[in-house]
Design a protein around this ligand. Sequence first.
Ligand code: FES
Length: 106
Amino acid sequence: MATNLRGHVFVCTNKREEGNSRGCCFEKGGMELMTKLKRGSREMGLDDIRVNKSGCLGRCEEGPSCVVYPEGIWYTIPDDEAGINLILNHLAGGGPANELIMGENK
Ligand code: FES
């Protein structure tokens, strides 16, 4: 594990009870998406990027949610390979995936 991290991604995997009006990222696939991002970053050799599970990030309605630091960029994570690759491209240093940034940060 690299000690000098270049970036850190927190992916919400919070689970609420069924029927909760806020919904949750878990039911939108947050856990699987976190795994895809983690696996993808490893496969790309991004040893200086860390991808972690997180509790609720407070952007439930816009989820599945993640935030990328140090930039503090919030994404609605798409459940398709092309979209995941856009986020991975950001993590690799290719710049933010503007089309995935949550509404008010655009
Ligand atoms: S449940 Fe994911 S941001 Fe709140």
